[in-house]
Design a binder for this molecule. Structure first.
Ligand SMILES: *[C@@H]1O[C@H](CO)[C@@H](O)[C@H](O)[C@H]1NC(C)=O
Length: 238
């Protein structure tokens, strides 16, 4: 995913330019040192078991401009079992990791990317849990809200001086096969759906704004969104 400077200047939050849908999240009354622990619930019950979409939430750390991401990507079934790919990354230059799930670099730029594939039920809601375990070290964990099982996605250490997680950012839905193509037809977008849950931070109130379309397929991507009891469901594609 590439970020274009003019878009960054024009919009209040970083917007991945190849994404189709954005959704702003916030946690109220975050202290100036930031949050040390935050979870993003996500449910992909209605998403086909196919590679292509990335459902992500972005977050900023105090004293850092570049973002981190965490999210889920559907995968094809393996041996007739459903597979989910979970990602946890930092685009911050100077981020370090010796975690076996992580590699240096994020989308061709600075940072660290961590990922894990699990056999898991698409019907379950997952928590993408981000936790400050020591100093500037952060661990991303995928927690199955139904079974309670936890899988470490990865861990990284931010540069000295980095603080906790800031109280607002945005998530997105991206169809990333288009990143590698010179052009695409909005009408060729496969159908998918995701529910972004309200961010969870103990002692704080997590909120989500309505999802909205952006990018070059506005009005042409079959976009639909509504609030549910658990968050904001959004679907795109045909
Ligand atoms: C988060 O990290 C702290 C250490 O900073 C630890 O005590 C706590 O158990 C962790 N939370 C979870 C849910 O893993």
């Amino acid at each position: 995913m590439k970020l274009v400077q003019s878009i960054i200047l024009a919009l209040p939050f970083l917007q991945p330019t190849t994404a189709l849908v954005g959704i702003s999240w916030s946690v109220s009354d975050v202290p100036s040192t930031g949050l040390t622990e935050l979870s993003f619930p996500m449910n992909v019950n209605s998403a086909p078991h196919e590679t292509g979409f990335y459902f992500a939430q972005q977050f900023n750390f105090i004293n850092q401009k570049d973002v981190g991401y965490t999210g889920l990507q559907p995968r094809e079934d393996s041996n007739s079992k459903p597979v989910l790919h979970a990602a946890f990354s930092s685009f911050i230059s100077g981020t370090k990791s010796s975690d076996e799930n992580c590699i240096d670099g994020a989308d061709g730029g600075a940072g660290v990317s961590c990922a894990v594939d699990i056999e898991g039920s698409y019907a379950h809601t997952y928590q993408l849990h981000i936790n400050n375990t020591a100093g500037t070290t952060w661990v991303g964990t995928l927690i199955d809200s139904v079974s309670g099982s936890e899988t470490r996605i990865g861990s990284y250490e931010l540069p000295a001086g980095s603080g906790g997680i800031q109280g607002s950012q945005m998530g997105f839905v991206e169809y990333y096969p288009w990143n590698a193509q010179e052009s695409h037809q909005c009408g060729d977008l496969p159908k998918t759906a995701v529910t972004f849950g309200y961010p969870v931070a103990e002692g704080y109130d997590g909120k989500l704004e309505k999802a909205y379309e952006y990018g070059d397929c506005v009005g042409k991507a079959g976009f639909e969104t509504h609030y549910t009891a658990d968050g904001v469901e959004t679907s795109v594609g045909f």
